[in-house]
Design a protein. Sequence first.
Length: 383
Amino acid sequence: MKVKILTIVILTLFIVSCSSSDNDPEPEAILGCTDPNSNNYTASATQDDSSCEYGTAKNLEIPEIFSNLLLPPLIPSNNPQTIEGIALGRQLFYEKKLSGDGTQACASCHFAEFSFVDPDRFSTGITGAVGTRNSMPIYNLAWNFENKYFWDGRALGIEGQALGPVENPIEMNNTWPNAVATLQDTPNYPDLFAQAFGTTTITKELITKAIAQFERTIISGNSRFDQYLLGDNGALTVSEINGFNVFMDEDRGDCFHCHGSESNPLWTDNIFHNNGLDTSFEDLGLGMVTGDPLDNGKFKSPSLRNLAYTAPYMHDGRFETLEEVINHYSEGLVYSETIDPLMKNIAQGGAQLTEADKTDLKVFLLSLSEPGFTTNPDFQDPN
């Protein structure tokens, strides 16, 4: 009898032990970088969280006026700036192998000598197809706190923006698998990716990360107006100072709501507006992305920096000169249902500036251009 009882007790303990073992929760994963070759290897990590960092850290060279007035730049935690990543991104920015026939690169529509825009109203793709918008400038992107890109805001993040043109049929007209395979098959790119990202296996994600690192270094913040704000009272003429006053005056230019001020050296709000160009829209702009009719005809405010180099102007490049742009806001505004409330003089067709105000406003706008920016050797083709 005692033997039977003892046997039952042992079996019960065994069953309870097994049941308890089966229900024990698995140990919680410790996230971190699991690659011993990375800069931030975490020995205790049991699951990689894609946070591994490679290369030599490189801080952005931030203009004094930005440090004084702006928040720190947006740098994704999974794509820190490195010397190797920036160098690779610069090479990829000028790399024609990314296009379907090997004839076009990012730089084919974003020319350094024109402050990284296309001097043609519309860019032409590899097939000869012509776009419907003027290429946007790509400087000071690290301070785009809205983090939306293209005229219509369809891409999130600089990395996301860099994905689109490669597969766009009217631009580079390639596929990402083909572009990746082409680079993988070169003698130099696998080693360059290993230096920048710790792997010789090239992916579209790593390509766009490298391009984004380079684009974040394209910074413009040393115009004569910047020097004036930093205390050089002789940097501007009387006419340019008058033009700034026109720009800031709500009863005259009233430009600062969308395009910044002495307190916003980006000279854009990076937001989307209908600025009274058309009564109806073939290109819906933001509305095409959101599907909201109230967004039809809204396009992103571009920066006013480097206007001396970035003609033509507006999302569709319709204005060839700054005089035309100023005349539009002075007496060319037209009404549509989504007109921005900031276009307060719509009933009069515009601000009705005097000729003197127009002249002064133009020279002020040109004072926001940075001499030497378009020839900066760090931005040129390394090939």
